[in-house]
Design a protein around this ligand. Sequence first.
Ligand code: SF4
Length: 223
Amino acid sequence: MAFKDNSEIVGIYDLLLDTYGKQGWWPINNQYGNKVILNEEEKFEICIGAILTQNTSWNNVEKALKNLRNNKLLNKEKLNEINEKELALLIKPSGYNNQKARKIKEFIKFLISKKEITRENLLNVWGIGEETADSILLYAYQKQIFVIDAYTKRIFSRLGMCKENIDYNGLQIKFHSNLKTNHKIFNEYHALIVKHAKEFCNKKPKCKNCPLRNRCKYFRKTY
Ligand code: SF4
């Protein structure tokens, strides 16, 4: 079943926002707060964070970013100079560090090539998949692109609004076609989804006090 209408998806957004408040993504220098205008350093930090956050928690990413920050490496020139093995050691807290060091190096090569930062070009960079590309475009470059992740699929399939095995593009189209095209809303909605997945809609959901239970197919079936 697709999203029924615009009001349903907007209603869920409103409920999540009422419940949790603004999330202030993306954190820069570990500070949350929805900066309206980002400078180049901040954009760069978001891009590196988006690569480091693959398959790990933000706490681990922040430790890796702190190591880069303390070594004054959070800029493309310095990261271009550093040896990949040294980089891998510095970002070890984020896990999969050898792979991630290579991904960062490939991303730096891409930035230095001065190719346009488009979804298509980002997806051609080794190690950058759809979720990472869209996170970079939405959070660093403030493009109107909704980020889909495993949490989004889990919550919206449990709500009964999409199939569990829906693919990335299929679910992204549903958000794009049911929401006002506005990067601020896309930014906030994705952050709220992550928050909700952590607070209530875990692998083993805590449905009884969930703010979305009255709209949720899983809840109706289970209780
Ligand atoms: S009611 Fe349960 S399954 Fe439904 S959104 Fe809430 S926590 Fe997830």
